[in-house]
Design a protein around this ligand. Structure first.
Ligand SMILES: Cc1ncc(COP(=O)(O)O)c(C=O)c1O
Length: 402
């Protein structure tokens, strides 16, 4: 059973019922799902979670589905938290972990938001959803919509990774290519939703995607024995991931289930699209839209991040940091994760390792701290982005020398 009670506007605090379909508050603020944590604390024990399924649905009491038995699931979440001893040696650190979201069914953490939000949308009667995506969310939503019998329309940038376009198509989604500036994507989706009666599931345009993503925070806590790490490095695009993870910590703390202070948030972005890093350096409350984008095509294409102001607030509250890395640093780091850890990281995920290296150099992280790198997805969908790794292949034409 779910302990969901109501929705609350993140901007004006107004309460909304949770049993009717909602996008945002009339004031424009995003809606947060709220639970009866006091009752949950009385009725459930933290350690009982261990008996739950090896998926994010082990946290069903803290998720919005009325009937978790009917969840749209294919065992997303409960991804491994890997100790990264090779990286520790290379960086001179004592405790580095990789949360490997590449292990999700469609290869990224986007499956979490899709599983939970599609489940809830279907419960509330939704038949068609629409979103814009730089690729990975489009694939995840196409897959979970297919599984739920819900139609899905996806707006992708023309240069989205070919594999992402193909996978969306394979799952039967309707695809629309956006040729103009990507900053227009959100407005385009709002218009299309209004015109066709589709449900807009874009970042922070409905409350439940965030609920799926917060399970990353629950898992980090549970997998670390409920003692939170000192810092989490997150490759940040729209910003929903970090907002969701720290919402999880807030709920765990209210339940008395997590120990230690909130981890510091370290945001990584590509130098060629770093609106949050720039705003952090300039001490602004919200990011200014980024102009020309120069990144490895994929998830960090967020020139006007919808969660920007909330991420900046988190950075201030946790005394975190925001770090820009180059495309080359990201690809090198992906190679390093592959060689040192056997982890096939996506370039976005690899920015966290490049960012940690910089953070250590600049004294933002101390070598003794417990650090979690969020590898948000698998490198499988990015074969074309790894020419360097291919170039370093040892190819012995003549067979194995004797
Ligand atoms: C692989 C990957 N990493 C990171 C992100 C950024 O995540 P968020 O939107 O939660 O900031 C995305 C978003 O598309 C992504 O696909």
């Amino acid at each position: 059973v779910s302990y969901l009670t109501h929705l609350e506007c993140a901007a004006c605090g107004r309460r909304h019922p949770a049993d009717v379909l909602q996008n945002t508050c009339p004031c424009g603020g995003s809606l947060l799902a709220r639970y009866d944590l006091a009752r949950l604390g009385r009725e459930a024990a933290r350690d009982a979670l261990a008996a739950g399924p090896p998926s994010l649905w082990r946290y069903a009491p803290l998720l919005p589905a009325d009937d978790p038995e009917e969840a749209v699931t294919q065992r997303e979440g409960w991804t491994p938290l890997l100790r990264a001893r090779g990286i520790e040696r290379a960086l001179g650190c004592e405790a580095v972990f990789v949360k490997n979201e590449g292990a999700n069914p469609t290869g990224t953490f986007k499956d979490r938001g899709a599983s939970v939000a599609v489940t809830r949308a279907r419960e509330l009667g939704v038949k068609e959803v629409v979103l814009s995506s730089s690729g990975n969310a489009g694939v995840a939503w196409s897959a979970y919509a297919a599984r739920a019998g819900v139609s899905c329309a996806v707006v992708l940038p023309v240069d989205a990774p070919l594999e992402a376009k193909r996978h969306c198509g394979l799952f039967g989604a309707r695809l629309f290519a956006l040729r103009g500036p990507w900053a227009r994507a959100g407005a385009l989706v709002r218009e299309a939703a209004g015109r066709h009666g589709w449900f807009n599931v874009n970042t922070l345009q409905e409350p439940y995607r965030l609920e799926g993503k917060k399970t990353m925070g629950f898992e980090i806590a549970e997998q670390m024995g409920w003692r939170l790490p000192d810092a989490i490095v997150y490759p940040t695009g729209g910003g929903l991931g970090p907002i969701a993870i720290w919402k999880a910590f807030e709920e765990l703390r209210a339940l008395g289930w997590a120990e230690g202070p909130d981890p510091r948030l370290l945001v990584t972005q590509y130098a060629g699209c770093a609106p949050i890093v720039r705003a952090w350096r300039e001490g602004r409350e919200r990011p200014e839209p980024w102009g020309e984008i120069d990144i490895i095509p994929g998830g960090l294409r967020a020139p006007d991040p919808p969660g920007g102001a909330q991420v900046l607030r988190l950075l201030r509250r946790t005394e975190g940091a925001a770090i820009a890395v180059t495309k080359e640093e990201a690809l090198d780091a992906a190679g390093e994760l592959a060689r040192e850890e056997g982890v096939l990281a996506c370039p976005e995920g690899a920015t966290t390792l490049a960012g940690l290296r910089r953070a250590l150099r600049e004294g933002l992280v101390r070598p003794g701290e417990r650090v979690v790198l969020m590898n948000t997805g698998s490198g499988q969908r990015y074969a074309s982005a790894f020419p360097k790794a291919v170039a370093t292949l040892l190819w012995e034409e003549e067979g194995i020398p004797g």
